[in-house]
Write a protein that binds this ligand. Sequence first.
Ligand code: B16
Length: 213
Amino acid sequence: MSKLNTVIFDLDGVLVNTDVFHFEAWKELADRLGVPFSAEQADRCRGVSRMQSLEIVLERSERTYTLAEKEAFAAEKNANYRSRLETMTPDDVPSEVLETLAELRRRGCRLALASGSKNAGLILERTGLGRMLDAVADGTMITRSKPDPEVFLTAAKLLGAEPCECAAVDDAEAGVQSARAAGMLAVAIAGAAKSGLGDMNIASVKELLQLFE
Ligand code: B16
């Protein structure tokens, strides 16, 4: 196996806590429609596409909806979500994330993003995180969502990195599956780590530094 020299991060729930905004925006839609929506369902929305998330939100609905209605619901949720993103500032990036990115770079590591979100650009701009990354692959550049490996492979390609040189960090089951299918070292964090889904399972991004000592 080649030596690791690249770290590719998921965004929502890994570099920033926008997973909470996703939950709040989906919950408001579910409440308006009178559909129960649990934390367990919200957890299953992690990493998967907007329309797949909507299907999870609607799975306890007593009525079915047309595609046009579903597209309107997804647009409503996205407008709500983006209004929350507009409030973000650089202070919303946890200090341990900033310190870890800076230290990884100091150790010669290339850094990239692999997010399924079409809103990643807004988040990177609001938080200033874009300046700390060498490449960005997001939901606007792919046709297949996680667990398909496309987004992680796109990020690696942008850097000219081989998958075996990359550690891929994700908090979602779909994301860890995507990383593994890409042939990368799959590093699980947060919920995915608690379930032991990764090749490596970490509680904090700081633990990535042990890969580059
Ligand atoms: P959007 P990630 C994913 O981002 C989220 O985890 C997932 O909950 C969301 O449905 C998906 O992006 C699409 O996001 O609606 O903003 O385009 O975890 O891959 O960074």
